[in-house]
Design a protein around this ligand. Structure first.
Ligand code: NDP
Ligand code: 8X3
Length: 249
């Protein structure tokens, strides 16, 4: 029987690439996001892999709970949860920050991860088996100018990963984190509210990571033997030395 991976934020970027990599590797998938059409396209691309689509906003706790409760029997035993959904919104000094952007980041990146995990954990604890991969960021390991709340949201993911690993140890559930540096996805388009020119500049003058590079690492982590937990990975483009130190030529 195929293992089941549940990937949040599979409509784009790292989540989408992870879905492709895990499908190739023989997993069946639950793919989630708000953009239903994108998820349907992905499901078609992944055929004949069995895929179940759940469309919900991770910030909406009732929607998360209802979506997980609606899983068909064949997809209920989730082996791997990839908590990937999230984004940055804005890049501004704290005194100029938009409180609405702060809500989006804290509610999505932190509380969304908690809601999804909480909804899936009863099944994992009952089966005494599961593997959770949280997508953090280099931004969670070091704050950078104007990144304030996004960095705080990812620092929260870092702390939660450790806390979850400790609490879930007796339940035989592995908890791990991938902290990427710069990955060229729709991330900067979202951060800069659709300003594609500004977004493109983030990735110019060096070779950023591709979503597939992160997916490769996630695939490696979830295909280790049961006794191995690759607990934390910092994955950077070769041109990146720190959050805002990128060697551009
Ligand atoms: P993308 O913008 O390409 O993808 C973000 C994904 O998250 C989309 O599928 C989006 O789906 C989903 N998402 C965002 N907010 C919500 C929400 N409220 N409810 C449900 N789904 C949501 O960016 P990336 O692939 O780069 O980002 C994926 C993760 O990687 C994020 O957690 C990000 O912080 C992290 N990361 C990214 C880095 C980068 O440089 N790109 C580096 C380090 C970490 P939809 O819009 O359809 O809901
Ligand atoms: C995304 C990478 O450096 O833009 O988490 O914060 S960064």
């Amino acid at each position: 029987m195929k293992k089941t991976a549940f990937i949040t934020g599979a409509s784009s970027g790292i989540g989408r690439a992870t879905a492709v990599a895990l499908a190739k590797s023989g997993f069946q998938l639950v793919i989630t996001g708000r953009r239903a059409e994108r998820l349907q396209e992905l499901a078609q691309e992944l055929a004949p892999t069995p895929v179940h689509i759940l469309t919900f906003d991770v910030r909406d706790r009732a929607a998360v709970e209802a979506a997980v409760a609606s899983l068909p029997t064949d997809f209920q035993a989730v082996d791997v949860l990839v908590n990937n959904a999230g984004n940055a919104h804005g890049l501004a000094p704290i005194q100029d920050g938009e409180p609405n952007d702060w809500d989006l980041m804290l509610d999505g990146n932190v509380k969304g991860l908690l809601y999804v995990s909480r909804a899936l954990l009863p099944g994992m604890t009952q089966r005494k088996q599961g593997h959770i991969i949280n997508i953090g960021s280099i931004a969670g390991l070091e704050a950078y100018a104007n990144g304030n709340v996004y960095c705080a949201s990812k620092a929260a993911v870092h702390a939660l990963t450790k806390g979850m690993r400790i609490d879930l140890l007796p339940q035989h559930i592995k908890v791990a984190e991938v902290n990427p540096g710069a990955v060229e996805t729709e991330f900067s388009e979202v951060r800069f509210k659709g300003d594609s020119e500004r977004a493109a500049k983030v990735y110019q003058g060096y070779e950023p990571l591709r979503a597939e590079d992160v997916a490769d690492v996630i695939h490696f982590m979830v295909t280790r033997p049961p006794h191995v937990n690759v607990a934390e990975v910092l994955l950077l483009p070769a041109a990146q030395g720190a959050a805002t130190l990128i060697n551009k030529e």
